[in-house]
Design a binder for this molecule. Sequence first.
Ligand code: SF4
Length: 725
Amino acid sequence: MAKNTKYDVLFEPIKIGPKTSPNRFYKAPHCNALGVERPGAQAYFRSTAVEGGWGVVNTEYCSIHPESDDTPYVSARLWDDGDVRNLALMCERIHDHGGLAGAQLWYGSKHALNYETRVAPRGVSQVPSDYVPYQSCTTMSKRDIREIQGFYVAAARRARSAGFDLVNVYGGHTHPILHQFLEPFYNKRTDEYGGTLENRARMWLETLEMVREAVGDSCAISCRFGIDTLRGDLGIKAEEDGIGFVQLADHLVDLWDFVIGNLEWGEDAGPSRFFKENFQRPFVEIVKPHVSKPVVGVGRFTSPDVMIDAIKSGQLDMIGAARPSIADPFLPKKIEEGRFDDIRECIGCNFCVSRWAVGAARIACTQNATAGEEYRRGWHPERFSRAANAEADVLVVGAGPAGMECAVVLAKRGFRRVHLVEANSELGGSMRWIPRLPGFGEWGRVVDYRKVQLDKLKNVEVILEATLDAKKVREYGADIVVVATGSHWAEKGINGATHEPIPGADASLPQCLTPEQIMVEGKRPVGPRVLVYDCDGYFMGSALAEKLAREGHAVTLVTPLDQIAPFTQYTLELPRIRRTLCGLNVHVVTEHTLDLIESGFARGAHIYDSRKIATWEIDSVVLVTCRNSNESLFRDLEADPDALAREGIRGLYRIGDCVSPRLIADAIFDGHRLAREIDSANPAVPLPYIREYRVLGRRDAEYDAVLDGQKVEARSSQIRVSISK
Ligand code: SF4
C-alpha cells in the first residue's frame, strides 16, 4: 500500500540545539513511580516508547539533591553516581532504538515532602505550601540561591554522564523552586529576586545560564514552563508574564516545553471527563509567537489529524504526550505505517496518574495492560509469543473489558479457535453504558479498540445474544473455558459502611434505582427529588448525580465517606467534579449513612455521632452502594470437576469483575495476564516477576534469570485440568 504522505510532517527530523530528534514525537516528562529504584523497569518502560517511534523520551521529575525528596511519591533522582548508573540503562536503551533521552531537573522546595531525608527545604519566601499545608521553608539567602543553582549544575553534569541528550530545566505546575521564584503567589521578596518580572525571573535565568555553560555543548537545554497558572492576577497569565518570561529566557533554551496550571494539575493532565483533545491550544497560541525556539506542548493528542494540524498551523513544533504514549507506546509507528485503527487511544481516565498519586505504586494503564510490565514480566505491547497449547479451543464467556482483552490476547498468541460468547446484543459489558454518562464518551475507546482487534483476528468468533448455563458450557466443545461474566450493582443497598442492606432499599420498587437500571433499562426516578447514595467513592455516584441534575431533578448526594468521590483525587478529577456539582446545585452531604428508605422520606446518621440523625424528603433513591460478582456460572462449573473432565475441558478460569469487582484497568489486566500465561503450569496463579530490590549478594544476571525461568517453564508446562481459585 502506498504510504500516505499527509502525515509526513510528523516524521520530519527537528534540531534541538546540538541534538536532532528523528521526528516530532516527544514523550513528555511524566511520573511512572519507577524512579532510580527500579532501573530495569524504568529503562524498559521508557525505551519501549522509542521502539514505538517516539523521538524524544524523558524521565519523570528528577530530584537534583536530597533537599528535594518527594517520598512517598516516587521521583527519579540524580543525587550521586549510583543514580547515574541506574539511569544510564534507560539512556542506553533509548539510544539503541535511535531516540533522544531527556532528564527533567527538579528542586521542589516547600512542596517536596522530604519524608525520607527529613531536611528542611529552602524556598523563595517563608509562606506555607499550598500543597502540604503544614510545611513551609527557610527563606533563601543569596548564598542559598547560589548553592541551589550549584545543585542544578551538578545534576545536569550527572545527567550528561548518564547519557542524557536533553536537560530539562523544569518550572511547570508551580512545583519547582524556579517557578516559585517567578510567581508572585509564592515570591514575596523585596531584594533583586522579587518584585518586577525581571527580578522574579532572575533565579531561573541565572540557573539556565549556568546549566547551559556546564553542559550546553553536549546536551540540549529544554525548559518546561507553566505558561499560565490559571490563578488570575495572583499567578502567571499567558498574556502577561507568560510572554514576558519567554522573551527573557528564549536565548538560553533550545526547546520550550509548555504546560499550564498549578498544583491542581488536573488542569494540565486534563481528564477526558472535562477536557477535550488539544485543550491547551488557546494558551500556547498566546505565547508561541514570542519565541524563536521550537515549542512542544501537550493536550492528550491521539488523533493524527489533530497532530498535523497543530504542527502545520504553527501551534507546535513537536507533539508532546504523556498519557497517549502510555496507552500506546507504538502510536507514532502506527501512524507512519497507516495502521490508524490499531491505535490504542488513551481514554483520559487518569488511572495512570492515580498509581503514582497514591504513593509508590508503579505505573499502570487502563488501555495498555503491559505498561510497567515490560521488564518485570517481559511483556511487550505489540509482540505475543505463540502459546505452547495453541492447538486448544478456548471459550470465553462474557465480552466485557476483561473478556474482550483475554480473547484478543489469546488470539494473538495463536490459539486455533477462540469463541467469545456474550449474552447481550453488544460487546462491552459495563463499558456499553458507562461512556453514556456525562463526559465519559472517550471511555468508549476501551470497547472500540478491542472490537476492531477482534474483527481483524481470524481465529476469533464473537457470538452475541447467547446465554450459556453450565451444561451448555460443558457441552460447547472447548478445551479451555474462561468465565468473564462481570458484576452488577447491589439491589438492596448492601454497602461497605454497614456491611448490611438498607431497610427499605429494593430496586424492584419504583422509587429505588441501580446505576444499570438508569443507564441500561431506562428506569426513571419517581418525582423530582432524588437522593444518590454513594458508598463506592469513584466516579459512578457523582456522574449519576450530575446526569440527574442536568435532567432537572433536585439531587442530594449522600456519602458515608469524608468527601465525595475520594478516589478521584488521585485521578485529578475531584476539583472539577466538585465545581460541576456545585454549579448544578447538587446538595452534597458527606460522613452520613443512609439507614432507612420510605415513601417520600429517607433517614440517616452522622458516621461519627449516631445521635445526629438526618432526614431527607425525597421521592427516589439511587443505590450506588457496591457491586457483586456475577459468579454463579463459574461456581456451577467448578462444583463438578469430573463433568468438566468428561467433556475434555482441561482448564477452567475466571477473570475480571467475576472474580472481584474492581477498577476497569485491573479487570483488563486480569484478562491480559491470564492469556499471557495460559500455557504456564497453573495459569490461575500469576507467574513470579522480577522484583527489583536489594538482595544481598545477588548479581544482575540473577534478576534476568527470573524471566528466563518463566519462559522455560512455559515451554515445558504440562497441560492438565486446572481450576482457578
Ligand atoms: Fe490514558 Fe487512562 Fe491509560 Fe492514563 S490510564 S494512559 S489516562 S488510558
